[in-house]
Design a protein. Structure first.
Ligand SMILES: [Zn+2]
Length: 283
């Protein structure tokens, strides 16, 4: 697990989560939204979910116990948007919009600072592969949460029985219902991950979320061992709800990549409490 000081001023903070173009280029760091999703999950788990719902989630994930399920679900909700950290998406900040001098200057400033921070942005005009961020999450997450088996490439599933749950869980994120992600889709998404430089950015994002919710990401295989994707429908719905509640909006004020780790973390808890309270829950 990373120490907070290692999480300060590094490249991953320059990945954007939500962009607002109503006044130049406003953007919320992806990490701020990822850790907020983790906090929202814990708030919902503790204040909103019924004992029955918690038990069902723990059963579906074949968790060691309910406490393991609680922290594993919060971590997985936090990292479910990991695939948004890919070169094609990140380099396209504000693309597709009418260009204006204000927007162009803002994009240029963001790009310069992001490169200086070490974010491996592709050079202008480079051909960059695209894939659905959710498929990229499935392709990269098992490798960052305990599967280091050699010889499996392109997001291929390893054969280690202890690791199967990692693949089942990663494939179930961002899904609705029982539709199962096909291995070919994941393999295709793998080609859009951006390679080792982006792997390092995503590893930093995973470590930051893990630190925030208090979990060692490499221990995930010991906490949950899901085998049946059809039993993860409620889990998928909860993750998607937490992501919805964690998105930043310009009117509420965006976080900054210059914020310290403590500020990012404190703000995530505050946002989560507010978001869950707005749902009309006492507490
Ligand atoms: Zn493995």
């Amino acid at each position: 697990m990373s120490k907070p000081e290692e999480l300060n001023s590094i490249a991953y903070k320059w990945c954007w989560g939500t962009i607002d173009l109503s006044d130049g280029l406003g953007w919320n760091p992806l990490i701020a939204e990822m850790v907020t999703a983790g906090s929202v999950t814990l708030e919902l788990w503790d204040r909103v979910l019924s004992p029955r719902q918690r038990a069902d989630l723990a059963d579906g994930l074949a968790a060691q116990d309910e406490q393991s399920a609680r922290v594993a679900v919060a971590f997985l909700a936090g990292v479910s948007r990991l695939g948004h950290a890919n070169p094609a998406r990140i380099v396209a900040s504000g693309a597709g919009q009418q260009s204006s001098p204000v927007l162009d200057r803002a994009r240029m400033a963001w790009q310069e600072q992001a490169l200086r921070a070490g974010l491996p942005l592709p050079p202008a005009g480079a051909r960059v592969r695209r894939a659905d961020p959710e498929h990229i999450t499935a392709a990269v997450l098992p490798r960052l949460t305990g599967c280091d088996c050699a010889g499996y490439v392109d997001g291929e599933r390893c054969r280690d029985q202890d690791h199967q749950g990692l693949y089942v869980a990663a494939y179930a994120l961002n899904r609705h219902g029982a539709d199962v992600l096909h291995a070919d889709t994941v393999a295709k998404a793998y080609r859009a991950t951006g390679g080792p430089a982006w792997d390092a950015v995503r590893a930093a994002l995973v470590n930051a979320v893990a630190h925030h919710v208090g979990i060692d990401p490499r221990r995930l295989p010991r906490l949950i061992r899901p085998t049946d994707p059809t039993r993860l429908t409620a889990f998928g719905r909860l993750v998607s709800q937490c992501n919805g509640l964690s998105r930043g909006d310009a009117s509420g004020g965006f976080a900054s990549p210059h914020d310290t780790w403590e500020t990012v973390s404190d703000r995530a808890w505050l946002r989560a409490r507010e978001a869950v309270s707005r749902m009309g829950v006492a507490g």
